[in-house]
Unconditional design. Structure first.
Ligand SMILES: C[S@@+](CC[C@H](N)C(=O)[O-])C[C@H]1O[C@@H](n2cnc3c(N)ncnc32)[C@H](O)[C@@H]1O
Length: 209
């Protein structure tokens, strides 16, 4: 057993204690918009699991699945779900999803796409596992956007605007990278009909099968 925690373990701990707590309102807003009332929902790059948890909360007819490549993130996702039976987390790459075709009614990826070295196979895989008419929502923070008061839970002035803006600039996508991602989505099996919208302080692509 290593004496020092790995970089991945420290990153996951920082995420669990920071964004994963103060973005709770954002997860709720997004879950209300991208979830499904029944059937299966896929959270791509689930991290600490909150989008999947909120989509499944209070909806007994829904099964939410969160996938991620990071053991450290999935450790916290399992802890956060607190035994909910309709939420499942699995270690899996979004470019190789081990679910059959047409498993999911809806799918979303929040703040994960900036990690994707090759987004093309990910759009193709999510398209494969969605039902006809199903939607894949891809959210990334917009560094140009203002801090929306009600999308962030602030306690004792934390997080300050300056920190939030720095995080967006670091982890969000600038206009050029966003345009590249959109072009990949349009060239994927989702086809050219990809909507490019704003939701809160995020940009999102809405890809319909
Ligand atoms: C910044 S975190 C966001 C987590 C969560 N979606 C949220 O909004 O709190 C990005 C996550 O995407 C995951 N990720 C990146 N590439 C992935 C891939 N190809 N397949 C699955 N997960 C991936 C990372 O491991 C990380 O946990």
């Amino acid at each position: 057993m290593p004496l020092l925690p790995s970089r991945a373990a420290l990153t996951a701990l920082a995420y669990q204690l920071g964004p994963s707590r103060y973005y709770q309102p954002a997860y709720r807003f997004i879950a209300a918009d991208v979830g499904t009332e029944q059937g299966c929902f896929l959270d791509v790059g689930t991290g600490t699991g909150w989008l999947a948890i909120h989509v499944a909360s209070g909806r007994r007819e829904v099964d939410a699945v969160g996938i991620d490549t990071s053991d450290a993130m999935l450790h916290y996702a399992e802890a956060n779900k607190r035994g909910r039976l309709n939420v499942t987390f699995r270690k899996m790459s979004a470019s190789d999803i081990v679910y059959p075709e047409r498993t999911f009614e809806s799918a979303a990826a929040v703040q994960s796409a900036h990690h994707w070295a090759e987004p093309g196979p990910i759009f193709a895989e999510v398209h494969r596992v969605l039902v006809e008419g199903g939607r894949f929502y891809v959210y990334e923070a917009d560094p140009e956007s203002a801090v929306p008061a009600d999308w962030i839970d602030r306690r004792g002035g934390f997080p300050p605007d300056a920190l939030v803006r720095r995080q967006w600039a670091k982890f969000g996508m600038d206009a050029a990278r966003w345009a590249e991602l959109r072009a990949v989505a349009e060239a994927s099996p989702f086809g050219p009909d990809v909507a490019d919208e704003r939701h809160g302080f995020y940009r999102r692509l809405v890809c319909t099968k």
